[in-house]
Design a protein around this ligand. Structure first.
Ligand SMILES: *[C@@H]1O[C@H](CO)[C@@H](O)[C@H](O)[C@H]1NC(C)=O
Ligand SMILES: *[C@@H]1O[C@H](CO)[C@@H](O)[C@H](O)[C@H]1NC(C)=O
Length: 358
């Protein structure tokens, strides 16, 4: 019980911040547009019509979301949704799958559950929109926008002012490297080499995004995948709180990703890239102990919520909603700390509020 109560303190701070937020953000968003790339951590419905097991358009997903079930892999808003609100957008950025011409000028969400940096990641679950395909979709959006704005120079200048968020790479581990009987990557590469290979590909993809006009890009590192309840259930922890070998592999990726961001900032001096450190952001503050990472919903064998099952009643006490995905309260903490860094480790060189103003 003491542990539970201590977890309430950061929640109270968060709730306070969110209320403050309601007064601070009036009028125009801080940037004209916001584009979102990534996987199920940010997907807002792009997988709904795909043939895949990786979808979340059923209850109890969305139980705390104003519009109910939407395809978001959590009980409420994703971290990308909340960052959008912090940036002052009155509406959630629509998914590419259903976005209308009328809506595209404020941004598009390309995120797709089970998608990765690598094309094949997540393929055993079915269809998904890999990062390469998300970039192709962005190209299509830009063509649509150019037609609507009917002034190429204007559109180019416009795209430079947007915030671009990229949160991808978890499935290159969860739905690739960590499933050796389906994917050969762990036989081909050591975890060190795999991190390098992934970063090389991601580097090309971020350069493509730059070439499509992006100049303010927030790149999210990976969370501690070895602490996800589904990975703990699958691999065991040998008495430790998390699967250390997975967290060690992910750490190699994150270190190289941060180095890549530094390099891109040097090579492209008219752009601003920033690295968001999810390890730092999800670390408990001070003496506050967090609850053991038990999923809030009842999970199927694949770690997703059991359709129509009843989730835990007090969802603000759960870090994880299902076996892999953070709950809305955890997403809120991530969004707030990436927007306004609490520790200098959270975001470097800029937090997102800074990035918006640059
Ligand atoms: C196109 O947009 C640019 C940049 O906003 C502006 O300077 C220019 O006057 C516009 N051209 C036309 C034909 O409206
Ligand atoms: C992220 O933050 C953690 C905890 O503060 C730190 O140990 C780690 O080095 C950081 N990772 C990167 C890539 O900077």
């Amino acid at each position: 019980m003491v542990r539970e109560l201590s977890f309430l303190f950061p929640i109270l701070i968060v709730v306070g911040l969110m209320q403050l937020q309601a007064f601070v953000v009036v009028g125009e968003p801080q940037v004209p547009c916001y584009f979102i790339f990534g996987d199920s951590l940010v997907d807002s419905g792009n997988n709904n019509e795909l043939v895949t097991a990786a979808k979340a358009n059923y209850k109890p997903y969305g139980i705390d979301f104003p519009q109910g079930v939407s395809g978001r892999f959590t009980n409420g808003r994703t971290m990308a949704d909340i960052i959008g609100q912090l940036l002052g957008f009155p509406n959630f950025i629509p998914p590419y799958a259903t976005v209308t011409d009328h809506e595209i000028s404020t941004g598009v969400n390309y995120g797709s559950g089970s998608a990765g940096i690598r094309e094949e990641s997540g393929s055993h679950l079915g269809d998904r929109i890999s990062l390469d395909r998300q970039l192709l979709n962005h190209k299509t959006t830009i063509s649509r926008l150019s037609v609507l704005q009917s002034n190429k120079t204007f559109t180019q200048e416009y795209l430079k002012r947007c915030i671009y968020l990229s949160n991808i790479g978890s499935n290159d581990y969860i739905n690739n490297y960590l499933i050796p009987n389906i994917y050969p990557t762990s036989n081909t590469y050591t975890s060190d080499r795999y991190a390098t290979v992934l970063i090389q590909q991601y580097s090309q993809q971020l350069k493509t995004l730059y070439n499509l006009g992006a100049r303010k890009i927030a790149v999210f590192g990976l969370g501690q995948i070895g602490c996800a309840p589904a990975e703990i259930a699958m691999f065991g922890t040998g008495g430790k709180p998390c699967v250390e070998s997975i967290n060690d592999a992910v750490k190699l990726f994150n270190e190289r990703l941060k180095a890549l961001v530094d390099e891109l900032n040097k090579d492209y001096s008219d752009a601003r890239f920033t690295f968001i450190n999810l390890t730092s952001i999800s670390a408990p503050q001070g003496d506050v102990a967090i609850l053991p990472d038990v999923p809030c919903c009842q999970v199927r064998e694949d770690g997703q919520c059991l359709p129509n099952s009843r989730p835990c009643p007090i969802r603000v006490l759960s870090v994880f909603y299902d076996g892999f995905h953070p709950s809305e309260i955890a997403n809120t903490v991530v969004a707030i700390r990436s927007y306004i860094a609490i520790s200098p480790m959270d975001a470097s060189p800029y937090d997102i509020s800074h990035l918006a103003r640059l």
